[in-house]
Design a protein around this ligand. Structure first.
Ligand code: 0L1
Ligand code: MG
Length: 239
């Protein structure tokens, strides 16, 4: 396994928005190897790191992948989209969107919480991958949108979540789908970062995980997510 060569494949796929075959078909990767490739993929973006995200935080997704632990990916400045802003389809291969809870962390302490939307875009053909593939691919991280930050001390457990596309409800759920309670994401992210020796920025965003299934994005749609008491967040996926 040559981590640099594998990272180049995935970084190129992201930069050109062209899908590639799963790495694991031709290469044997351990989970540690996959995180090493991920680090190089993120380096290749050459943009400041803004935080981390967790993936496979819902029981449904974990069962689907046959895994018992969550996975971690990194967020970079170029992935951050302004609330109410636009996303250009030219940047993506086959993106999906999912509603999440975000934390603002300063030196490990929660300073704020916000509704968020994550755009995931696997760099693999047909969105097909196994655990090591998706870890190497930075957990499909592609873009994210944060709503207004709210006070850190409110109860965000079992809050209703609605995601709409063009004003129609496409997914409903609860923040309880995120590890039982989104707050658990802060501990899980710190534990995983220690395991893979990932330095965390002093101030950072943590995307805690999806509260519903992800929905495929089609050009020209307006997406909005609302989380009870936390507020709303949205963007336009332009033509
Ligand atoms: O954020 C996520 O939960 C995505 C993790 C990777 C699996 C996927 O792309 O669905
Ligand atoms: Mg996600």
């Amino acid at each position: 396994m040559n981590p640099r060569a594998l990272a180049e494949i995935l970084a190129g796929a992201a930069a050109d928005a062209v899908a590639v075959p799963q790495l694991s078909i031709e290469h044997h990767l351990s989970l540690a190897d996959a995180y090493a490739v991920q680090r190089l993929v993120v380096d290749a973006r050459r943009r400041p790191r803004t935080g981390v995200k967790l993936g496979l935080t819902s029981r449904a997704k974990a069962l689907q992948m046959g895994v018992s632990d969550v996975i971690l990916g990194e967020l970079t400045e170029d992935m951050a989209i302004e609330d109410g802003g636009s996303l250009d389809p030219a940047r993506f291969i086959h993106p999906r969107v999912e509603p999440e809870v975000a934390f603002l962390l300063r030196d490990g302490e929660v300073k704020g919480v916000a509704p968020a939307l994550e755009i995931i875009d696997s760099r693999y053909q047909d969105f097909r991958f196994n655990l090591v593939d998706v870890v190497a691919d930075n957990t499909s991280a592609a873009a994210y949108v944060l709503g207004p930050w709210q006070r850190a001390d409110q109860d965000i457990g079992n809050r209703g979540v609605v995601m709409e596309i063009d004003g129609r409800v496409v997914e409903t759920g609860s923040t309880a789908a995120i590890l039982g309670h989104p707050q658990r994401a802060t501990e899980a992210a710190a534990r995983l970062a220690r395991t893979i020796a990932l330095p965390m920025p002093g101030e950072m965003v943590l995307l805690a995980g999806a509260a519903t299934a992800a929905v495929t994005l089609k050009p020209g749609v307006v997406v909005e997510a609302r989380i009870s008491t936390l507020g709303r967040v949205g963007f336009t996926y332009i033509f």
